[in-house]
Ligand binder design. Structure first.
Ligand code: ADP
Ligand code: MG
Length: 256
């Protein structure tokens, strides 16, 4: 088995607000192995984004510890790449210039880095669009550009916070497949936050279900599907998919 790369130990988070203290997370424990794809699902406001921010070192938890490859997280790290719902591409920069932005800021632009950018763009079907501007691309293509930009700094772990939520259903299915394929081909570890149960099952090795606020772990589902050459789309065709869907739906306790 691969080594553990992320360890979340007894993490809790209390926010201080004008109306008093809000407990966002309580007693969160899990670990992720190198190369795993793990999802976190839970109702709105249960602390999913808070948890990703803590893991990424954007701010500290008020309780517990996060370890990355055995080292305590005390701030942001090059090991982590972050992808959000909004792609944050700059409209006045070309696709290529957007992809290079992170390296430019860190003054890491080298001939090798430029080659790597072009190679990634070519591999993932964006080479012909490298001199176009973001508003000339579809939502799905823009998310692929955002992922390639994140990959340029070669993070080990990708954190995706509702990265597909802004896309319409059909596009989301295709982008799920595209992004999954890229993450697997580039041998990255991924932690995806989503409120879409089907998305979580179809993409993940494990799904962590959080309770409503204060977020605690209700259950962790190991996803085992009978399909060869698994992709998110083919996952949805398996009989097990429906079984997991029903279990998670019950677990999420959605009232409609
Ligand atoms: P989710 O991503 O699951 O929707 P969040 O992590 O964004 O949930 O938020 C969890 C809870 O913490 C929510 O009730 C939210 O209002 C509260 N919260 C988030 N950020 C802050 C903050 N900076 N100050 C005070 N409360 C916050
Ligand atoms: Mg959120």
């Amino acid at each position: 088995m691969n080594e553990v790369i992320v360890e979340v130990q007894n993490v809790g988070m209390k926010y201080q607000s004008l109306n008093g203290e809000i407990t966002a997370l309580e007693n969160i424990n899990f670990s992720i192995r190198n190369g795993e794809f793990v999802s976190i699902v839970g109702p709105s406001g249960c602390g999913k984004s808070t948890l990703l921010s803590i893991i990424s070192g954007l701010f500290p938890a008020t309780a517990g510890t996060v370890l990355l490859s055995g080292e305590k997280v005390t701030g942001t790290s090059r090991k982590i790449g972050y992808m959000l719902q909004k792609d944050h591409l700059f409209d006045w920069r070309t696709i290529y210039q957007n992809v290079m932005l992170g390296l430019e800021i860190r003054k890491l632009v080298t001939p090798e880095a430029k080659d790597r950018a072009l190679k990634l763009l070519r591999t993932y079907g964006l080479f012909e669009f490298k001199d176009k501007y973001p508003n000339q691309l579809s939502g799905g293509m823009r998310q692929r550009v955002a992922l390639i930009r994140t990959l340029m700094t070669d993070p080990e772990i990708l954190l995706l916070d509702e990265a597909f939520s802004a896309l319409d259903y059909q596009t989301r299915l295709v982008v799920n497949d595209d992004i999954y394929t890229i993450i697997k081909q580039e041998h990255k570890t991924a932690l995806l936050v989503t409120h879409d149960i089907a998305e979580s099952i179809s993409m993940s090795d494990r799904v962590i279900l959080l309770s409503k606020r204060p977020g605690t772990i209700k259950n962790i589902y190991k996803i085992q599907l009978s399909c060869e050459n698994r992709t998110p789309l083919s996952s949805r065709e398996t009989p097990e998919f429906q079984v997991y869907f029903q279990e998670l739906w019950k677990g999420l306790d959605v009232h409609v």
